[in-house]
Structure formats: C-alpha cells, structure tokens
Design a protein around this ligand. Structure first.
Ligand code: MLC
Ligand code: AMP
Length: 438
C-alpha cells in the first residue's frame, strides 16, 4: 500500500499483479509493461525464478517487502524530496491494470490520475463517505474493486481501512459484528460464503448497525440478495464497474436498492444501450452497454488497434466505451439490469478467465489436439470454467491438471475436464461452443 501511494506521488506508474499468477502470466505482463522496479514478497521468489531473462530484463531493482526497512535504511532511494519531481498532470498515467478485456490476451488498461479521481469522487458523493468511516477490506489489492473502490476511495475520504490478507468467514463475521466497522465490500462469492457460514452456526447475525455493504464485480443473485437481507437486516447495494472504467453504475445509497439491477449512472458517468449496428435501442430494449465519463480509461497499453475497436462515436462525435456487457434500462425508473456478456469471458468468483488462454495451455499438453473452455453456472463461484478436450491418446486427468497449474493461475484451471470425440464446428470450421453437450 505504501509503495502504491509513493509511486503515484512520484508520478510513476503502478502495475498491480495477481499473486496467483504463474510464470507464463507474469512473463507476459513484465515484457509488455517493462517495469523498472518490482516490489514483491519472499513467497513470490520461487515463481519469479522461473521467469525468463526477457521478462525481467527491464527490472533494475527488486525490492522485497520483508526487507523494505533495510532497503530504505541503506539510503538506496536517491531523491526523496517530492519537490525534486515534476508536477503530476491529471492526464498522466497512474495505473496499468492488466485485464483480458472483452477479447484476447491480457492488456494493460491505461488509467490516468483523472480517471481514478473521477471514480473516487463519484463514490465519495454517491455513498456518502466520511472520515468517520471504517471499511473492512479483504479483497485483493491488485484489482479495481479492492484497490480503487475500497482502498483509494477510503483514503480519499480520510476514513480508516482494516485490511485482511485473506477472506476468512469467521474473522469477517467477528469484525462485522464488533460494531467497529461501518462498511464492507465484496464480490458475490463472499456474501454467499458469509451466508453459508451463518447457516452452519447459531449466533447473532444482525448487521443493522453497519452503514453500507456493497457487492460488485459479478452478478449478485436475487436469492443471495434476499437471504442476506432477511438474515442480517442489511440490504446489499449492488454496483457495476470494470477495470477499464472504474465504477459506472450504482444502486442508490438512500433510495430503493433493486435486486437484480445495478442501479443508475454514478455522478459524471453517462450510459446508453445500443443495438448490433451501434444505434441507440428503444427504451426498455436490450443491447450492449456503452459508457462515457471522466472515469473511462485512456486506452490499452501498446494496443492502438484494440483501443480503437473498444470505442465508438455518436452522431455528435462523443466517444463511448463499449463494455461488452449486455443490458436493459427500465424506462420507468432508469435502473439498469445486466443480462450477460457479448463475449466469451468467464467471471468466476470475481476473477476473469479468458477461455482462449486456458485452451492454449490445454493444447500444449501431449496428446491433446483441441480444447474448448466454457463457463457454466456455479453456486459457489457464480460461474466456473470447464474444458472439453479432444485427445489422440489417453492421459491421466491429474497430470493434465498439474500441467495447467504450472502454467496458469489455479483459479483458471478448469474445474472439470470432459473428453469429447470432436468439437462441434460450423461450415467455416469455427468452434460452436453453444453446441457442446451440457
Ligand atoms: C480461488 N479459487 C477460485 C477462485 N478463487 N476458483 C475459481 N474462481 C475463483 N475466483 C480456487 C483456487 O484456485 C484454489 O483451488 C481454491 O479455490 C482455494 O484457493 P484460495 O486462494 O484459498 O481461495 P480463496 O481465498 O477462498 O478465494 C476465493 C475468493 C477470491 C472469492 C476470496 O477468489 C477473491 O478474492 N475473489 C475476488 C476477486 C476480485 O477482487 N475481483 C474484483 C475484480 S475488479 P485449488 O484447486 O488450488 O484448491 C472488477 C471490477 C469491478 O471486476 O466491478 O469490481
Ligand atoms: P474486470 O474486467 O475484471 O474489471 O471485470 C469487469 C466485468 O465484471 C464487467 O464487464 C461485468 O461483466 C462484470 N461486473 C462487474 N460488476 C458487476 C455486477 N454488479 N453484476 C454483473 N457483472 C458485473
């Protein structure tokens, strides 16, 4: 957290990285972002030792958090005076956040200081933050939800943040019930786990003393929404955002929080729904959601083509970001409902799994010639990835899973492997995933 703030203060760019990533994923990010300084922890040294020269070639200094005191005492930083640095403009880059976006390998979303500020100021107003607030945060700090919606907004409010390194239902319930925490943010999987834990224990679960509990990053089922309200007396506030845009839409803090909806645009954000031709749909019809506002990123790092494809212009020349999310807006009250995605992206427990990346790893396993990864509904994770594989020789399932674990983060490893004779294809040879057996 200190390194994050210090880097922003210096006018340098932070590239957060998921600690679950394996060599292949780390190498891709490092060779694309070309960082000069890396801050990590001892536990990561093993996987970093597998990263090839190319990946680490730009890293001039690797700092371990465990040895940070020693590093600072050695006087390694040569210029510590903030005045020695050039002033930071709002349009300067602050963060490169890697995301698979709507398609393709993961790309760095270029977020400026102004982008972060837009999300933060929108949330400060919309959710009525104050310096008296205490936020309990157990989400990872390498994604928008934990880093910007949670940590950065809380710090901007002058609020207090209690950080837990990992989500443990017992510890979280104890904090929530302690009366010392006002806000909690989670992905739907966390709320489901809190409810499962409540069902398995006899105790007090009244959370009416809390100010706000928010859900986001993946769809919150109406069932979890309703059960959470009946068990705790708290109505979850669901909101919608993206790495590329920060926060876009939110149910109201003071008004009605409608289950199954993500509310209305946050201050400074505009949202519209368009059809396949990019024309605005008739009110109430479904289509792709597009957004614009100071929160929307600057484009993808070193991917001008992908950036161009991700934006459209309307008749008055305004630039809109195409989210890849399908939505409908209720003509009576203006609340948006998300209806799925126009892309193959799988969102599992709030983490993104891009099927193509997993398919490539599966096909690199001896004897597997073709693979198709699809998302299927899961109570625990919302959605999980399962794999259909075509193989020329028999293989041990455990060997394949171990192979996957070596090459991609464990959460991306398919929860099920289903051998199949051939993948269904159309006349052009394109795999038709919707025709795979259920
Ligand atoms: C962990 N596992 C998952 C998983 N997380 N499998 C599928 N999907 C996931 N999300 C698997 C691991 O691979 C491992 O498998 C086993 O579960 C236990 O791992 P763990 O690390 O101990 O899991 P746990 O700590 O319980 O993690 C679950 C979780 C975590 C829900 C706490 O997934 C999480 O923090 N999710 C939140 C992600 C997030 O912050 N997203 C926000 C993105 S920003 P095995 O087989 O090895 O045992 C964004 C924008 C916005 O989307 O709008 O906010
Ligand atoms: P990411 O690329 O990790 O930032 O994930 C962004 C995606 O998460 C969005 O494009 C949505 O598909 C999804 N998402 C975020 N919030 C919600 C929500 N409240 N309900 C449904 N999906 C959501």
């Amino acid at each position: 957290m200190i390194a994050y703030l210090a880097t922003l203060r210096l006018g340098a760019i932070v590239v957060p990285m998921n600690l679950a990533y394996r060599q292949r994923e780390i190498e891709h990010m490092l060779s694309d972002a070309e960082p000069r300084l890396m801050v990590t922890e001892e536990a990561q040294l093993e996987v970093l030792s597998e990263v090839g020269e190319d990946g680490l070639s730009t890293v001039e200094e690797l700092v371990l958090v465990e040895g940070l005191d020693r590093w600072l005492a050695d006087g390694t930083p040569t210029s510590t005076s903030p005045s020695a640095h050039r002033p930071i403009a709002g349009s300067d880059l602050a963060l490169l956040m890697y995301t698979s976006g709507t398609t393709g390998p993961s790309k760095g979303a270029r977020l400026t200081h102004d982008n972060i500020l837009a999300t933060v100021t929108g949330l400060l107003a919309a959710w009525d933050w104050s310096d008296q607030d205490t936020l309990l945060l157990t989400l990872p700090l390498f994604h928008t939800h934990g880093l910007i919606v949670g940590l950065t907004t809380a710090l901007a409010a002058g609020a207090t943040v209690r950080l837990h390194r990992k989500f443990e239902p017992t510890a979280v319930w104890a904090e929530l019930l302690s009366g010392e925490v006002d806000l909690f943010f989670g992905v739907p999987t966390l709320y489901r786990r809190l409810l499962d834990h409540a069902a398995g224990h006899r105790a007090r679960y009244d959370l009416r003393h809390m100010r706000l509990l928010c859900s986001g990053s993946a769809p919150l089922s109406a069932d979890v929404h309703e059960t959470f309200r009946s068990v705790t007396g708290q109505t979850l506030l669901e909101r919608y955002g993206m790495t590329e845009t920060g926060m876009n839409l939110s149910n109201p803090y003071a008004g009605e929080r409608r289950p199954g909806t993500v509310g209305t645009p946050l201050p400074g954000v505009s949202a519209r729904i368009v059809d396949a031709e990019g024309c605005r749909v008739v009110e109430g019809e479904q289509g792709e959601l597009e957004v614009r506002g100071g929160n929307v990123f600057d484009g993808y790092w070193r991917a001008p083509e992908k950036t161009r494809e991700s934006f459209t212009s309307d008749e008055s020349g305004q630039r809109w970001f195409c989210t890849g999310d399908l939505a409908r807006c209720d003509p009576d009250n203006g609340y948006f409902t998300l209806l799925g995605r126009s892309t193959e992206l799988i969102i599992s427990g709030g983490y993104n799994i891009y099927p193509r990346e997993v398919e490539e790893v599966l096909c690199a396993f001896p004897g597997i010639t073709e693979a198709a990864v699809v998302g299927v509904p899961s109570e625990e994770w919302g959605e999980v990835g399962i794999a259909y594989v075509v193989c020329t020789s028999s293989f041990a399932r455990d060997d394949l899973l171990a192979f996957c674990r070596r090459h991609i983060a464990a959460f991306k490893v398919p929860k099920e492997i289903r051998p199949i004779e051939a993948l269904p294809r159309n006349a052009l040879g394109k795999v038709q995933k919707h025709r795979l057996p259920q």
